[in-house]
Design a protein around this ligand. Sequence first.
Ligand code: 13P
Length: 285
Amino acid sequence: MSESETHEPEAKTAPIDELPAAVVQGRRPMIAGNWKMNAGGTDGCDLALAIARIAADHDETEVVVAPPYTAIAAVANELYNKKSDVAVAAQNVFYEESGAFTGEVSPSMLRIAGATWAIIGHSERRQLFGETDENVLKKVVAANAGGLKCIVCVGETLDQREAGQTLQVIERQVSAFAAELAKSGGDGVVAYEPVWAIGTGKVASPEDAQEIHAAIRGMLALVDGEFAEQTRILYGGSVKANNAEGLLSQKDIDGALVGGAALEADGFGKIIAMAAKLVRQGKPQ
Ligand code: 13P
C-alpha cells in the first residue's frame, strides 16, 4: 500500500457531550483560596474547618486552601484529623532544597508541613518581590522534584492590556514554564489572573476570560495536546459568589483562584457549590 493509501481507522467514539457523565474524562473543577497575608494563626484553622464542612457536600469540586506559611502545618493537621479532602497549598516556594537562604522554605519542608500544592508566580510576587519568569521556572522544577503540585499564575497588568499586549505577555509567561509543567502530566494547574482585576472588584467578563483561557490552552498544546486538555486553567481576580456562575460556566474556565472572598467560609462555599452544580448540570468533569 502506498503512503497515500494508508489511513487511520475511523473514530467510532461519540462526541464528548453525548457521553454519560460517568465516562467523561474531563477536568474536575478546582476552587482554590489564596489567603495571602491573612488568617495565619488559629483563625486559619477555624476558616479551614468551616470550608471543609461545606466542601464535604460538594465532591465534584476539588478544594484547596493556601494559608500563610505559619498556618500550613496547623491547617493541614486539622483537615487531616477531620478526614477532609480539602488540600493545602503554599503561597510560594523556594527552588533550593536546603542551605543558607534566610527566610525561604523548600518544597520538601512544605510537604512535611502537609502542603501538597504550591502557588507559583503570583502577580504580587512578580510585582512586589521581583519574581521573574526565570524564577518561576526554577520553582516549578523544584516543586516537581519535591512532589508538590503547582498552580502557576499568569496575567497582564492594566498598562499591558491597554497597550494591546495581553496575549504577548501571557505567551511569554506561559512559555517559560509550560514544558516543565507538562512533566507532571495533567496534575499542574495554570491560573489566569489579570492584575487589574485582583482586589479591585473589577472582574473580567466571562467572554473575555474564556477567550484568554482558550488561548492559554492553545499555548500549552504547543508542548503537548493531551497535557493541554488535562490541565485545569483557573480564573482569578475579584471572583465572588455573585459572579462565579458566569465565569465557571465557560468551557475553558476550570475553576477559580479566589483572594478576598476566600476569607469568609460562606461566600467561598457558594463558589465551591456553584462549581459542583455546573458539573451536575453536565459541564464535563
Ligand atoms: P481577589 O479575589 O481578592 O481579587 O484576589 C485574587 C488573587 O490574587 C488570588 O490569587
